[in-house]
Design a protein around this ligand. Structure first.
Ligand code: PLP
Length: 426
């Protein structure tokens, strides 16, 4: 332990370089501790976390209630596989289905696995309920999508980095522009073999693209009219991030997803991950009603770790925290302040062109090309000034702090961001 304690950031980075696959390009900061909205590097420097592990740590780092539930369950029973029942899964399944207003849940571990599950579920439903001929089902996806990294999912990505030299690709997907109702209408008209429409309510990885106010409701209505499943990938937008429990809840800030709200756009299949565990453990979920979920029978899909007792205990605690601490309301209120203050700066600035987002999922666009390293350099300067964020797509910086942030901390962060951006004014 004494050897490990002395290891420096530089040494750890060189270890990763030498022994780890180079499938990421991290900002050079080595973190060893987290609490709430803060993280500390191995040298003891403290930072605001403005990425929240891509919105997995919405409840804040090492939330005592979530960690408490995890430790207690880890000391009791960790894994049985689904060959046997465990005493947590059913309790968790009742909890999460009531929370999000669905008949059933299929538990998985990562976001990509949950997306895969949703795609398989959609296809099986199409053959067995809708009556599409075998192997002919098509699923509509959007340009600029991010749904994970499996072979099937990257098959319908337009990110060359994610796709190139990983073929042959999985067939059965049609890509249309995002936030384009006419394109959706046309493709639905063009074929009888459409099974589903997979969409992110806000495109996070693409750079926090928020669609037109009525896009999701119109898309859902079109799907319904054509007997096509509306599949919402809320792995990043869900669990209070955008100022409501789900982004499909629209303007409702109550802490449950429900049909009672006129702004609620009910997905036929809902995909959750990331903050479902508050970042403590890989937990993902696919939710649907019986007429869809019941097409999957024993032996047809599964995962050794999916639905394990630690996952169940952690997810219940993580969702409880969202309620107990009013995280949706907080995200909504602080998000407004953030866009207002940063927006004022953007008006007077020539280094940024705009700020956009919803709740505490926001981004600024840097006034430079996608190929430039300006956004990267700004993130390095933010790091030096005590705030961690990462560029997405070259010239866009995403800002997504833990939702347990308070107003005073947010104002502190806003002044760090503005002062840093000022160093880059042209
Ligand atoms: C992160 C993400 C995924 C993939 O989740 P993993 O846990 O990384 O596999 C899928 N969809 C969206 C919208 C995401 O943001």
């Amino acid at each position: 332990m004494s050897v490990l304690e002395k290891i420096s950031s530089e040494e750890i980075i060189s270890l990763e370089n030498k022994y780890g696959a180079h499938n990421y390009h991290p900002l050079p900061v080595v973190l060893s501790r987290g609490e709430g909205v803060y993280v500390w590097d191995v040298e003891g420097k403290k930072y605001y976390d403005f990425l929240s592990a891509y919105s997995a740590v919405n409840q804040g780092h090492c939330h005592p209630k979530i960690i408490g539930a995890m430790v207690q369950q880890a000391q009791t029973l960790t894994l049985t596989s689904r060959a046997f029942y465990n005493d947590k899964l059913g309790v968790y399944e009742e909890y999460i289905t009531k929370y999000f207003g669905f008949d059933k849940v299929l538990p998985m571990n990562t976001g990509a696995e949950a997306v895969e599950t949703a795609l398989k579920l959609c296809r099986k439903w199409a053959y067995e309920k809708k009556g599409i001929h075998e192997n002919e089902a098509q699923i509509i996806v959007c340009d600029g999508n991010f749904h994970g990294r499996t072979t099937t999912i990257i098959s319908f990505s337009n990110d060359e980095n994610a796709r190139k030299n990983f073929g042959p690709y999985t067939a059965g997907f049609i890509k249309i522009p995002y936030d384009d109702i006419e394109a959706l209408e046309n493709v639905l008209k063009s074929s009888k073999n459409i099974a589903g429409f997979l969409v992110e309510p806000i495109q996070g990885e693409a750079g926090v693209y928020t669609p037109a106010e009525d896009y999701l409701a119109k898309a859902k209505a079109l799907c319904e009219a054509n007997n096509v499943l509306f599949i919402a990938d809320e792995v990043q937008t869900g669990i209070a991030r955008t100022g409501s429990i789900l982004a499909v809840c629209g303007n409702c800030t109550c802490e449950n997803a429900c049909e009672k709200q006129s702004t609620y756009v009910a997905p036929d299949i809902l995909i959750l991950g990331k903050a479902l565990s508050g970042g403590a453990y890989p937990v993902s979920a696919v939710l649907a009603n019986d007429h869809i979920m019941n097409v999957i029978k024993p032996g047809q899909h599964g995962s050794t770790f999916g639905g394990n007792p630690i996952a169940g205990a952690v997810a219940i605690a993580a969702l409880d925290v969202v309620n107990d601490e009013n995280l949706s309301q907080n995200a909504r209120r602080l998000g407004k302040i953030f866009r207002e203050k940063i927006g004022e700066f953007v008006k007077t600035s020539n280094i940024t062109t705009l700020v956009r987002g919803k709740g505490l999922l926001n981004a600024i666009v840097i006034n430079d090309t996608e190929e430039s390293d300006t956004a990267w350099n700004i993130c390095m300067a933010l790091r030096d000034n005590g705030l961690l964020a990462k560029p997405t797509h070259g010239n866009i910086i995403r800002f997504a702090p833990p939702l347990v942030m308070n107003e005073e901390q947010l104002l502190d962060c806003i002044s760090i961001i503005i002062n840093t951006l000022k160093q880059f004014e042209k």
